[in-house]
Design a protein around this ligand. Sequence first.
Ligand code: SPQ
Length: 430
Amino acid sequence: MEKVQLNTTKSALTGEITVPGDKSISHRAVIFGSLAKGTTTITHFLDGEDCLTTIKAFQAMGVRVEQKEDKVVIQSDGIAGLKEPFMPIDLGNSGTTARLLLGVLAGLPFHTTLFGDQSLTIRPMDRIRDPLLEMGAQIDGRNNGSYLPIAVRGQSLTGITFYPPVKSAQVKSGVLLAGLLANGETSVIETTKTRDHTENMLTAFGGEIAVEGNKVTVQGKQSLTGTEIEVPGDISSAAFFIVAALLVPGSELTIKNVGLNPTRTGLLDVLQEMKADLSITETKRMGGESIGDIKIKYSELIGADVAGDVIPRMIDELPILALLATQAKGKTVIRDAEELRYKETDRIASVVNILNTLGGKVEATKDGMIIEGETPLSGGQADSDGDHRLGMMIAIASLICQDEVILTNADAIKISYPGFFEDLATLQSN
Ligand code: SPQ
């Protein structure tokens, strides 16, 4: 358990930064690069533990993947070239790898066993198991395959029309990936649109996909061709420095080349409502993704009501928003976010517990939380509990705590942002 004493400097954050590659897009680039025939080159890949897990999974199926820091080269013989793994595959902490890979494995002609770490082992897999079973998959595991460890015996699948009962890009993506291998047509019809990187990337690899509003349709048995993917900076990682700049007086910074896909920018919309001084400039579009720069300045904020369709567009940013809300004038209410309970930790319970330990006034509700602002934070010892986003939230909280903050289980941050502390130090030393 790595223990880090934080709060050594409270300097303003200034200057320019580029954050590591988007985690969701990096995972998908490896998955599609492995399913495609030929060579795929990925630049600005996220060299974090979760995405390395996806690489290892496909290497175990015989795909040739070379990775050096943020550059990845994949050579694959396509779907038909994938081979039965020799050993069970360890998915570590990565929910994205688990749900998307299950979709792929369901339609491959071999047997695979998947397992993960303690946190992943208690995250629900029935949400992806159920539509896959409907397509003809053969899946078994703990509690009938509701949880890892799970064994899959690949089958010939048939396309379905699926209405996901949960708002989840992982479930949509897993079903679309299975649909690519299936006979016939597969449609996913969402009530609220979730992140659409799978859809964008399928097109980049020469696949066909029809998107009409919240309905996405793929034809089965498509063949994909290797390509070049440049991964934009991860807005979910940028969020920690955006919030830090808003919280620490005198801060003014620019985050360059951030992914601005509208299915991911809910935080920016909410910050504008809270009166944050921020400007967004789109600089380019690549592989269906919008990319640009975000400028942000220290601001005095007001609380907000955060609910409805914006929630899936900022689901991973809700913990850091909760920290910010402790310093905004008035109350912030987060609703419709019950999905937070099924992440690396129960992010409603853990955010409330951490912020209250540090001196905040936050109340958990069934599907969100109520945060009383402007509450000065004191400090104390807080545990990431193995959740990378909580580790970074605690680190940013320490910038405004009056007393010392000790972060335990700091190592978890490497899951999505291995150079987080170095980048924070750089912004504080400008
Ligand atoms: O991979 P993992 O652990 O599920 O990652 C998280 C995160 O905080 O990094 C959630 F815990 O992000 C998910 C996100 O919450 C990544 C994701 C994707 O790449 O498709 C979609 C969201 O999850 P879901 O369950 O809403 O589909």
